[in-house]
Design a protein around this ligand. Structure first.
Ligand SMILES: NC(=O)c1ccc[n+]([C@@H]2O[C@H](COP(=O)([O-])OP(=O)(O)OC[C@H]3O[C@@H](n4cnc5c(N)ncnc54)[C@H](O)[C@@H]3O)[C@@H](O)[C@H]2O)c1
Length: 286
């Protein structure tokens, strides 16, 4: 597949990674978010990630100086009108996504594929907000996107074979393998992960253990690369809360009820890596 133009809507934690990985693959990227300050932050995040990757790989190459020139940053979503793919990464709130998809449906060619990078919202529900349900698919990237080799792809009720094939071809250009699952709230990954993270937060809330020790059980005893609380900080505690709220609303099952400590931390602005403080402390980027 030749390089194409891809619209990336939402320039937060995961949108920045998606834009970087697409540009690294040679695609032209149009990143859309609500304000120039958010877009400036996204540009700085990508520039920093590229610098760190170069250092980490101890590359003697000058690096891909053209990468940032392949990315356009704009708050004008009309600019994605000609893109054959749009990857959506906006806040995990149905009211926000629904309005956006209605608008994208008007802006984009009927051929354009909408790839939803949602954590938990069913793809069939998203497709229902458009007049192109066959061209809507779930593409759940993992964080940090440029370093994660596999993507969870979700087939909505109407997702066509052609949409799946074209999405697979795009992922291949990015060096990504993928696992296809059927549509269900949280899919496979987050149906399991969000419960695990929520339960880990409950353990902290009940004073059973410290954050460091909860995570150590997973890293030292189970050999996981990261514990659930550091993973939550990496994803963003607001995104964790909104995702588990989607599961709770969808299944009406109390096992998905968000831990009060999680809600309180989000209210307090303790969002994890992106705010500098979550269950652990971080140097704030930028
Ligand atoms: N953080 C992760 O590790 C991760 C992984 C996979 C998928 N996701 C999903 O990706 C989406 C974004 O998550 P995130 O962690 O990047 O959140 P985030 O809060 O870091 O970023 C969301 C961005 O969306 C922007 N936004 C909101 N409404 C918009 C609109 N109408 N138009 C354009 N931009 C808009 C916000 O300004 C913000 O910059 C969510 O659906 C989330 O569930 C997140």
């Amino acid at each position: 597949m030749d390089p194409v133009t891809v619209g990336v809507i939402g320039a937060g934690v995961i949108g920045a990674g998606v834009a970087q990985a697409l540009a690294e693959a040679g695609h032209r990227v149009i990143v859309v978010d609500l304000s120039s300050s958010i877009l400036d932050g996204c540009r700085a995040t990508i520039a920093q990630a590229v610098r760190l990757q170069r250092l980490f790989r101890k590359s003697t190459q000058p690096g891909d100086a053209g990468l940032l020139t392949r990315i356009v940053f704009t708050s004008d979503r009309e600019q994605v009108g000609e893109a054959p793919f749009v990857i959506e990464n906006v806040t995990e709130k149905w009211e926000i996504k629904r309005g956006l998809y209605r608008d994208l449906d008007r802006i984009c060619s009927p051929e354009t594929i909408f790839a939803a990078n949602t954590s938990a919202i069913p793809i069939t529900r998203i497709a229902g907000a458009t007049n192109r349900p066959g061209r809507v698919i779930g593409v759940h990237f993992m964080n940090p996107v440029p370093l994660k080799p596999v993507v969870e792809v979700i087939r909505g009720h109407h997702t066509s074979d052609d949409t799946l094939a074209r999405t697979a071809a795009l992922l291949q250009t990015m060096g990504k393998d993928y696992v296809v699952v059927r549509d269900s709230p949280g899919f496979v990954s987050n149906r399991v992960l969000m419960l695990t993270i929520n339960e880990a937060i409950c353990l902290l809330h009940e004073n059973v253990s410290s954050a460091a020790d909860v995570d150590r059980i997973f890293t030292s005893c189970f050999g996981h690369k990261m514990g659930p609380l550091a993973t939550a900080d990496l994803i963003g505690l607001d995104t964790i809360l909104y995702s588990i709220e989607v599961l709770y609303d969808s299944f009406k099952d109390s096992k998905y009820r968000p831990c009060p400590l999680l809600s309180q931390m989000v209210d307090a602005g303790l969002l994890g890596c992106k705010s500098g403080q979550g269950f652990f402390s971080y140097q704030k980027a930028g």
